[in-house]
Design a protein around this ligand. Structure first.
Ligand SMILES: Cc1ncc(COP(=O)(O)O)c(C=O)c1O
Length: 471
């Protein structure tokens, strides 16, 4: 069952029926009583759900006649096909463009569809402020000191409790606190591989990972990836036979940029395959708490019984990217990673660690997650509809089941880098496809961030990008 308030769930189910073509543009929806019976909810819940769909532009009221699917309603675009990158190791280059892109995220006049950063409206700012104030009042023996690796004991205790939701029974001693997930990924790579080594990754893949591989002088091996179910285990197996892979890094739950989620059987098969080859598996689970369904999906780490999975995550997408609090479960590299964390930056910031520990204890993290997951499901649906309305025919869009980004495949003729430059000149930032690939693929793809409150400015921004893509 989906998360969120009852009327939001009903609205999502109705939207799903419209998207599946059960009701076509111009069709009348059944009356409120009938819908109330169908969904086993009250009439007022149906009325609220209908208002939501009206606000989202899916349906329109006609006087004394009920609700109709809008004539201008565009059906949801098809998802992109499974990716087919050239499966050979390549050095990563040219990622400097990304810094310019993320810098635009902080420019006040730019509509920010580029970086995968939630707008402040989607973060629990008030509760974080309270947690920071509480942390700031801690005694100097706690505050005015390093929290050397593995990091704050209370924060690790809180995280160990949360890891049960992801199917992982761990002790606080199994956890190392990091400065965000990016640092966790870099520490993991440094622990298991060295310069020139080959690292297998999804394709397309989060550009921060490509930058990590670039900065460590390693080589990326892009593996075909299904936009719905993630990296192909068969393709990975073939690659392992052919290339001297030293590590595999992936996001099994709501990957960035595809939003794919691996089904449990595939997760089990992947962990077993890599364990069989004794190849470390680095899991990036930063979006794991942001699924659109009630049940939090298990992490790959849940199937690990050899200590071969290094789990990485952070609170950047759920609480605040600025706190810079992440964590990892280093498995059999616990000592190495504690030491690498120490020599890299001594410790994660004390105040942030105390604040996040306080938030997890008192701040209503689960309540916040319920609200924001439901909000993101809606944001993704609204953005997808805007794309189908404004973008050229033949555009394909992923159907993420969590997170807050969509991956858009434009017709072959569109050059995403050029589109990105032109959109920026018009005050809109987007993330161009090639920065998600080590082999320069995805020249006609872009990623859009949906975690911005929907309003006319945003609608116009998507229209601008769509218009530029039509030229
Ligand atoms: C998949 C993925 N991993 C890691 C990161 C980096 O996270 P952090 O800000 O916690 O370092 C991001 C941020 O965009 C991401 O999308």
């Amino acid at each position: 069952m989906a998360v969120g308030k009852l009327y939001e769930r009903v609205a999502r189910q109705l939207a799903g029926q419209i998207e599946q073509g059960l009701y076509r543009p111009g069709d009348r929806l059944p009356g409120v009583r009938r819908l109330a019976r169908q969904f086993e909810v009250s009439i007022s819940t149906v009325v609220q759900a209908q208002r939501l769909l009206e606000d989202d532009g899916l349906i329109e009221a006609r006087p004394r006649s009920g609700y109709y699917v809008r004539v201008a309603y565009c059906p949801r675009p098809e998802p992109p096909a499974v990716s087919r990158p050239p499966v050979r190791p390549v050095p990563v280059t040219g990622q400097e463009l990304v810094l310019r892109l993320v810098q635009t995220a902080n420019e006040p006049d730019c509509v920010q569809l580029g970086a995968a950063v939630p707008a402040p409206e989607f973060l629990p700012a008030g509760a974080i402020q309270r947690a920071l104030s509480t942390a700031a009042r801690a005694g100097p023996e706690q505050l005015a000191t390093y929290q050397f690796p593995p990091g704050s004991p209370e924060l690790r205790r809180q995280i160990a409790r949360r890891m049960l939701e992801a199917g992982c029974r761990v002790s606080p001693d199994d956890i190392v606190i990091t400065s965000g997930c990016q640092e966790a990924l870099i520490l993991a790579l440094r622990a298991v591989a060295k310069k020139d080594d080959v690292v297998a990754i999804e394709s397309p893949s989060f550009y921060g990972l490509l930058q990590a591989i670039e900065s460590l002088g390693m080589r990326a091996l892009e593996i075909p990836t299904d936009p719905a179910t993630g990296m192909s285990v068969e393709a990975l197996e073939l690659a392992l036979e052919k290339w001297p892979v030293k590590a595999c890094v992936l996001t099994a739950n709501f990957s960035n940029p595809l939003g794919s989620i691996m089904p449990p059987d595939k997760k089990r098969a992947l962990v077993a395959l890599l364990a069989g080859y004794r190849i470390p598996l680095v899991e990036d689970d930063i979006y794991g708490d942001l699924g659109f369904e009630d049940q939090r999906p298990p992490a790959l780490r849940a199937w690990d019984d050899t200590g071969g999975v290094i789990y990485c995550a952070s609170f950047s997408k759920t609480l605040s990217p600025g706190l810079r609090v992440g964590w990892m479960l280093p498995g059999r590299w616990q000592e190495d990673i504690e030491y690498l964390k120490y020599v890299t930056s001594l410790a994660a910031p004390t105040l942030s660690q105390l604040a996040v520990a306080d938030f997890l204890r008192h701040g209503g993290y689960d309540r916040h997650l319920r609200q924001v997951r439901s909000a993101y499901a809606r944001q993704v649906a609204v953005m997808t509809r805007a794309v189908s309305k404004y973008f050229p025919d033949g555009t394909r869009v992923t159907r993420p089941r969590g997170g807050f980004v969509i991956w858009v495949e434009l017709p072959e003729s569109v050059d995403a880098l050029g589109l990105c430059r032109q959109a920026l000149a018009q005050g809109v930032s987007i993330a161009p496809g090639p920065i998600f690939s080590a082999s320069g693929k995805y020249r006609n793809c872009i990623r859009l961030n949906c975690a911005q409150p929907w309003n006319d400015t945003l609608d116009r921004a998507v229209m601008t990008v769509g218009r530029l893509a039509q030229l």
